[in-house]
Design a protein around this ligand. Structure first.
Ligand code: NAD
Length: 459
């Protein structure tokens, strides 16, 4: 990418913002156009996702297109309401006054995205950023080139370049973009690159949202319905070939039910993907041969009780179950991001703590239990981005729940109204009436200090 092209786009977006012509109704019209164009591009999107990740058509619809369409419809319905000034209560000490919050866009937003849900993770933040009145540049991942290319055409067909643009390219392009002055940066990707983005943003004091990864634990208490739990874990872990930021990374299971759970997990994997997952139309592939190598390396030497086969040429790794890995081995120290599920048993909560605290602040936290006390203990004592009790992944579907991490798994959150808030600065405004002033505010200060102190402290 020619650096002068980046400058041209940034300058044209600046000019557009200066014109102040980005009305709510014009934004709603463009959101409607986006919805329509997604329908027009739908088959090309399926094809691109199949080429990049071997995603099954239905999985692409469910996890990429449907979520985006729902988000657009939510914004079309609520944008006028969300954009209104919000009245807040006045302080009696400012009586009489009117107090309100005025949402305003930050300005030029840069969105950098990963490859694992390359369509959805580019468009969902875009919908929030654009609808809130910002201009946007999206830098999609170079590792999903087919989807990036369709995305680029979809955006070009929908938005004028001075409002939303796609700039394709690798880490070098991303670095060039980060060296420019933005008003907000929204990054989804690894914790490693998240730190680079945060430090580049700090140079211009640009606010950031960081949507990162981590090792999301899945804790299984005794007394649960093992068939149901296994089915929900298998679907959450192996969808998109395990390349989901909120996939259960590993299982912590009560020792009493460990072998029953393992037997059931095997049954559920075969039920979904058959005895030969490499021949299943529903089973995806690893994004690149480098990632296949990385995954083969972390399986090596582990106690595999199911799967373990791979084919680098086909970017295939079989759904794999591993038991009792050393918690200091690479498989337990880095985010797996592939179809490999380590299973560790525990006898008491201290053993749970020991494992989870090795990788604190996971993005997701899953608990399967019928015991309220146990559930409350876990959700009150661990830090995480979001939690689901008795299922996996499904919190992402609900846009009434903010989605984001904490600490190692990121900062900030988005989805629905939370996206509008993320991409808006709420200007606090206080309008004082001219008729009345509380006299003691102005000097000379009153003599009756104790009486007035008592009176004012009451408010
Ligand atoms: P990544 O961090 O390698 O890349 C993400 C983006 O950053 C890409 O567009 C890439 O071109 C760019 N980039 C890479 N190196 C860069 C550098 N040095 N400077 C500037 N930009 C750079 O992540 P990935 O491999 O694409 O995605 C996988 C990671 O993303 C996993 O850790 C996963 O958990 C995380 N993820 C998080 C979420 C979430 O919502 N929290 C969603 C999906 C993926």
């Amino acid at each position: 990418m020619d650096i002068s092209k980046i400058n041209d786009i940034i300058n044209s977006q600046k000019d557009f913002l200066n014109k102040n012509s980005n009305t709510i109704s014009s934004r709603i019209l463009l959101l409607k156009k986006l919805l329509l164009n997604i329908k027009i591009f739908e088959d090309e999107i399926y094809e691109a996702l199949s080429k990049d990740l071997s995603k099954a058509k239905f999985e692409s619809f469910l996890t990429e297109i449907l979520l985006v369409e729902k988000e657009i419809k939510l914004f079309i319905k609520n944008l006028s309401k969300w954009s209104k000034d919000k009245k807040v209560k006045a302080s009696i000490l400012n009586f009489p006054s009117k107090n309100y919050l005025k949402p305003e866009p930050y300005g030029k937003v840069l969105i950098i995205t990963p490859w694992n849900y390359p369509f959805q993770l580019s468009l969902t933040p875009l919908i929030g950023a654009f609808s809130s009145g910002n201009t946007v540049v999206i830098k999609p991942s170079e590792l999903a080139p087919n989807t990036s290319s369709v995305l680029n055409r979809l955006i070009r067909e929908t938005f004028p370049e001075n409002i939303v643009s796609v700039i394709q390219g690798d880490a070098e392009v991303s670095k060039s973009l980060l060296s420019k002055k933005w008003d907000y940066i929204f990054f989804t990707g690894s914790t490693r690159v998240g730190k680079i983005v945060a430090s580049e943003a700090a140079k211009n004091l640009t606010p950031v949202t960081l949507e990162l990864g981590g090792k999301s634990p899945c804790i299984i208490d005794k007394g649960v319905n093992i068939e149901k739990a296994a089915k929900r874990i298998v679907s959450g872990k192996f969808i998109n070939c395990g390349q989901t930021c909120i996939a259960p990374d590993y299982i912590l299971v009560n020792d009493e039910i460990k072998s029953k759970l393992i037997d059931r997990l095997k049954i559920e994997i075969v039920k979904i993907y058959g005895n030969k997952p490499n021949q299943s139309n529903d089973y995806g592939r690893i994004i690149s041969k480098n990632h296949v190598d990385r995954l083969i390396k972390i399986i090596n030497g582990q106690n595999i009780v199911f799967g373990g086969h791979s084919n680098k040429e086909d970017k295939y790794i079989e759904p794999t179950l591993i038991i009792d890995p050393d918690i200091n081995s690479p498989i337990m120290l880095e985010e797996i991001f592939g179809p490999i599920l380590p299973i560790i048993s525990y006898n008491d909560v201290r053993e749970i703590e020991k494992v989870i605290l090795k990788n604190p602040n996971p993005l997701a936290f899953y608990v399967f239990s019928n015991n309220k006390k146990f559930i409350n203990y876990l959700i009150n004592n661990f830090s995480f981005g979001g939690c689901v009790i008795n299922d996996t992944l499904i919190h992402y579907i609900n846009s009434n729940l903010p989605f984001g991490g904490i600490g190692n798994s990121g900062m900030g959150a988005y989805r629905g109204k939370y996206s509008f808030d993320t991409f808006s600065h709420y200007k606090p405004i206080l309008k004082k009436q001219s008729m009345l002033d509380i006299p003691f505010r102005f000097g000379p200060y009153p003599k009756s200090f104790n009486t007035l102190k008592k009176l004012l402290s009451k408010f």
